[in-house]
Design a binder for this molecule. Sequence first.
Ligand code: FAD
Length: 448
Amino acid sequence: SKTKIIVIGGDAAGMSAASKIRRSHHDWEITVYEKSPHTSYSACGMPYLIGGLVSSSENLVARSPETFRKKYNIQAKPLHEVLQIDIPKQKVLVKNLESETSFWDNYDKLLIATGAFPNKPQLPEIDSKGIFCLSTLESGITAWDYIKKQNPKKAVIVGGGYIGVEMAEALLEKGMEVTLIDRNPFIMKTLDPDMSEDICEAMTSAGVKLHLDENLTSFKASGDGKVKKVITDKNTYDADLVILGMGVSPNSNIAKEAGIKLCDTAAIQVNEKMQTSAENIWAAGDCASSYHRLRKKVLFVALGTIANKHGLVAGSNMSGEEMIFPGVIGTAITKFQDLEISRTGLTEKEAKDMGLAYETATIKSSNFAGYYPGSGDIKVKLLVHKDGREILGAQILGNPGSGKRIDTIAAAIMGELTAYDLAMMDLAYVPPLSTVWDPIQIAARRLI
Ligand code: FAD
């Protein structure tokens, strides 16, 4: 009989895998259970929906459940939650969230692609109206609807990671007064403090009120249940909208309950073929672990870039075509207004914590020829190994066109290249787009 595939979770990782399996096997039966109403949506696009740059939530859906069914013969079932995995019997317990009925479904091969959930500490009145986390498209639409109907004026964002930074831009765009609170002394702690300082400056001069080194303690709501105040260990803030961007955790509970091994991070333990500890079960995306090639340990990294690759690798191996996931090096990018922010590899702090002998160079230059209209600043911090001069990491801040230069450095790290190799790399130049020595090469030259 036909091989039967079940995928739990119908977004980046789950649908990448399902689509790969369909490309390899036209006759296999593929069912995807997704508890929200949407499949293949862009969570990453939600700040731009809320900020008004994207006009409709439908624009954030790459492929609907109907498209998957009609065009790809993939049985995408939205509003179906998987409650339990029975490993010995190779079946899952599914709840239809519309009819409230449950049923068992058998699989030959199973993929767990349940993503991550936003951290939400159990603090007084945190469930008041007007307090939102962003995770699924559904959660983004709920926040977006609330903003359209209630027209909030004072927003407090808790957490200065990339979601906090992107939402600060979006809410300023909507004309709100924006306060951002973080318990660390700097925001964007995936960068070094000397870089993060520049981001703080850019946000402050754009009107964001930054309150760092402050711990959230509780909320206060008015009689109608709407949030009114955000309380920290140092201050009380008026708010009629709160966005929580306090990090995410792997959604690995059903795997754990079934007896599948988790890592210390609570992400599902997988090998380089994305196989879990259980036979015929793979895991991919935010719920699964990733090996960091430079930190030489297994980490939990929740990024769409990785979820898609995990999905392809899992789908290939489930199809019987061997493919290896080579690990991550910590490449990420975001932006706040005109300031692009990117990083790859190790920060100085990470290199120090690992006890590595390293050297750094930080340079300031122009994102393209200084005489060309509209040119702006770029700052590059590069780290190399002290002995072999291999590139260990980089952070870039700068005007439009700066951020994606991190990809060249990511390629250099993946290829184990040195500062000399990067400085001499045959990169492109034209005045409107670059400088004759690209800023990343100016930094590399200092470290040859
Ligand atoms: P998810 O996208 O979380 O999908 C998992 C799905 O599984 C969900 O739809 C969920 O409803 C479903 N599910 C969970 N449990 C069950 C169950 N028991 N039964 C059925 N269904 C279940 N990444 C980047 O690389 N760049 C960015 O710019 C970026 N921006 C982001 C902005 C925001 C606001 C957010 C929230 C995330 C952003 N990300 C970004 C991260 C990126 O969206 C995620 O890494 C990516 O979506 C992970 O894909 P996934 O398939 O592993 O998990």
